[in-house]
Design a protein around this ligand. Structure first.
Ligand SMILES: O=P(O)(O)OC[C@@H](O)[C@@H](O)c1c[nH]c2ccccc12
Length: 465
């Protein structure tokens, strides 16, 4: 049986590795690393209505070589852009042609959690995964007895590694639940004979309680597969081959995800004629001029000059922090602003007064630290709320994101801001479903608006919309 063969080969390989570096040394190295107990994989797999773990896999015993050309780092980065919640990296060398360096380099180059996908039969591999930078490991019930499963699970917990505990049938799910696994993966592929059936996940779904994350693994190919899993409240899917064979990972993931999300876009902090030239080529719905003290501040005169060369289709938003009514009124007229964005401590009284003076929509920024801020937003009489990250002593544009989960129960249209960039924009919009996304630092390089970033983000949004 193939599984036994793989395990045998794994044993030989690990014995060799131990001769080069002993278990004791590896353990010491792993234990010296920060043992962060945030468990980012659990968090990542609960954000969207269905979350994708995309796999980097060169070959498999059932399919042979899947990717002749294997630019593993580029693939991983594309997965991240495409909105993957996590990345799985095969490290098994003999049958999947995996390598440790794939995991290590990928973990260093993406900001989402990375799963070490291997046949773990020795604690040596768990310390190794930690050292290589994994956030999580795979534990396969079919190759571990109860005692070993528990021991490995406990060790991973101690090192701050999440465990995806893989089961294939009812009995294995029970065993996974017994170790109190927080993430259970049901493999649709029978590792004994390679037959694949997505129905296996549906059949076993009800055995896993709601507070445990259910991952459906293997053989997922179509948006119909995903939709079936989605209606059965499957929180995540693990997909390898389908994505490895797709030329464009963003389009492939969008196709499987099956829902279009097309927020309007605002690019903020325009300062120069070059900025406007770039923006005119990509025509976002809105641009922002910042009149408050900031590294992106513009004078009324500059903004007025830039406004004249801006594509007419693009609406002009003026961003103010605790400015006076008179100042806002003067600038709004001179620059012919379309919208006023208040980004300071302005209250409803002020908004009312402003509305009396100017017949323009007013957006109010709320900086989010915790759920109280979301409640506060509901009291505002502004026409729309912009949620931004809270950063002490800063009005905005910091490149920091806030915890998007806080927006789960916010009904109504809003603008999402705060550290949105090409790596997280698709995840951000699928998680929060904003009416508008607002991007400033995410389209900059060395403090300047950068055409490549604007282009990438514009194309990503076009692809998923
Ligand atoms: O390429 P697929 O059919 O989408 O499958 C991915 C993943 O589930 C599969 O690679 C897998 C599931 N469990 C495993 C255990 C070991 C190695 C690989 C796997």
């Amino acid at each position: 049986m193939i599984l036994d063969e793989i395990v045998e080969k794994r044993k030989i390989n690990i014995a060799k590795q131990k001769q080069i570096k002993s278990l004791a040394m590896l353990k010491q190295e792993a234990e010296a690393l920060p043992q962060n107990r945030d468990f980012p994989l659990e968090k990542a797999l609960m954000k969207q209505d269905i979350n994708f773990i995309c796999e980097v896999k060169k070959a498999s015993p059932s399919k042979g070589i899947i990717a002749q050309d294997f630019p593993y780092l580029t693939i991983a980065k594309e997965y991240e852009l495409a909105g993957a919640s996590a990345i799985s990296v095969l490290t098994e060398p003999d049958y999947f042609l995996g390598e440790d360096k794939y995991l290590q380099e990928i973990a260093q180059n993406v900001s989402i959690p990375v799963l070490c996908k291997d046949f773990i039969i020795d604690e040596y591999q768990i310390y190794k995964a930690k050292i290589l930078g994994a956030s999580a490991i795979l534990l396969i019930c079919a190759i571990l007895d109860d005692e070993t499963l528990r021991r490995f699970f406990t060790l991973a917990e101690k090192l701050g590694l999440s465990c995806l505990v893989e089961a294939h049938d009812e009995n294995e799910i029970k065993r996974a639940l017994k170790v109190q696994a927080r993430i259970i993966g049901v493999n649709n592929r029978n590792l004994k004979d390679f037959t694949v059936d997505v129905e296996n996940s549906l059949k076993l779904r009800s055995l896993v309680p709601e507070n445990v994350i259910f991952v459906s693994e293997s053989g997922i190919k179509t948006k119909e597969d995903i939709e079936k899993l989605r209606v059965h409240q499957v929180q995540a899917v693990l997909i390898g081959e389908t994505f490895m064979r797709a030329k464009d990972k963003v389009l492939a993931l969008k196709e499987l995800y099956g829902k279009k999300i097309s927020p309007k876009v605002k690019f903020c902090g325009m300062k120069t004629r070059e900025d406007i030239a770039i923006i005119n080529r990509y025509t976002p719905d809105y641009v922002g001029f910042i009149f408050a003290e900031s590294k992106r501040q513009v004078s009324m005169q500059t903004a007025s000059d830039l406004a004249k060369i801006l594509d007419e289709k693009i609406k002009k938003v003026g961003v103010f922090v605790n400015a006076s009514l008179a100042q806002i009124e003067e600038i709004a007229q001179k620059v012919s602003l379309d919208i006023i964005q208040l980004h300071g401590d302005e209250d409803n009284e002020f908004i009312k007064a402003l509305k009396n003076k100017l017949d323009l929509p007013i957006w109010q920024a709320i900086k989010v630290k915790d759920i109280v801020d979301i409640e506060r937003a509901k009291q505002s009489i502004a026409d729309m709320i912009l949620f931004d990250a809270y950063v002490k002593d800063s009005a905005g544009g910091t490149g920091k994101s806030f915890n998007w989960d806080l927006l789960k129960d916010f009904t109504g249209e809003f603008i999402l801001a705060g550290g949105i960039n090409k790596q997280n924009i698709i995840r951000a919009i699928r998680t929060t479903k904003p009416y508008i996304v607002d991007i400033s630092s995410g389209i900059e390089k060395d403090n300047h608006k950068d055409e490549n970033e604007v282009k990438t983000i514009s194309e990503l949004l076009r692809k998923v919309g």
